[in-house]
Design a protein around this ligand. Sequence first.
Ligand code: DON
Length: 316
Amino acid sequence: MHSPLFEQIYAECSKLEQYLEEARQFCDLGKVADYIPELTHANCSMIGLSLLDTNNKNIQLGEYSIPFTLQSISKVLTLILALMDHGEDVVFEYVGMEPTGDVYNSMLKLELVPPGKPFNPLINAGAIVITSLIKGDTPALKYERISNFVKELCGRTNISYNEKVYASEKLTADRNRSLAYFLKDVGVLKGNVDEHLDVYFKQCAIEVTCHDLSRIGMLLANQGVDPITKKEIFPARYAQIASTFMVTCGMYNESGEFAIQVGFPAKSGVSGGIIGFVPHQFGIGVIGPALNDKGNSIGGLHLLKQISKQFKLSIF
Ligand code: DON
């Protein structure tokens, strides 16, 4: 389908270049994530952007081709896969539907509301439970299914996880380990905690580019259907559920401000990636490893704010 909005952005691409260079200045105000030591090697002043519309028309700027790890962006993808594996009734027995307003790795609310069910699938506690639900008789088979799903979403087969980032997180993940053992204690997480965490660390370490994120965003924008092949990659209902969580919880305790300043579904990761999309129009992928104090890309946020304001992209 022809998108006049995308054509307008395409025609005014020089504005995007200007916003990208402005966003680069903001990177100095942020800091790369250091609780996963391997992430500190990222180039702090890197900014990349990719937009992909449902006609396969692309805009790519800055360091758009540099690979980075999915981190929390993977949570949206495993949520969709768990929904495809079990349906929504089962999935929502394990995780709730409400934002927390807390940081992503907080354990605060787990004890506040019995029986310790994580508030939503995008905080770490909820995402670890979602990973445990992915079908597969062994951790290796679970990871293989996640990896195959990511390959299908990205439309390419040469996708793998970054061994160093995976090992680095595994060595230092005391917070996630404590969340997971708490969840096991209250009976929400079943089975072998270390095996579930191992799959979770691998999914977080899967490497993608801005183009990959814009393609996944485009599929969400198109309700799960590949517009070129017409194949349904995931059901429209699950696109709707994932999109709603992206709006309410995608930027953690900055989701409200993001909804007001940018106004479309998005999800961030501590590697500095952000995936977003404008419904029925196009997907967006951004990288900018310098983060603000909420764990969101500081340059990426500036860039998305400017683009949304200029081209009136808010859905609200
Ligand atoms: O579990 C973690 O802490 C990381 N692997 C992912 C966290 C993350 O990306 C939060 N996003 N802003």
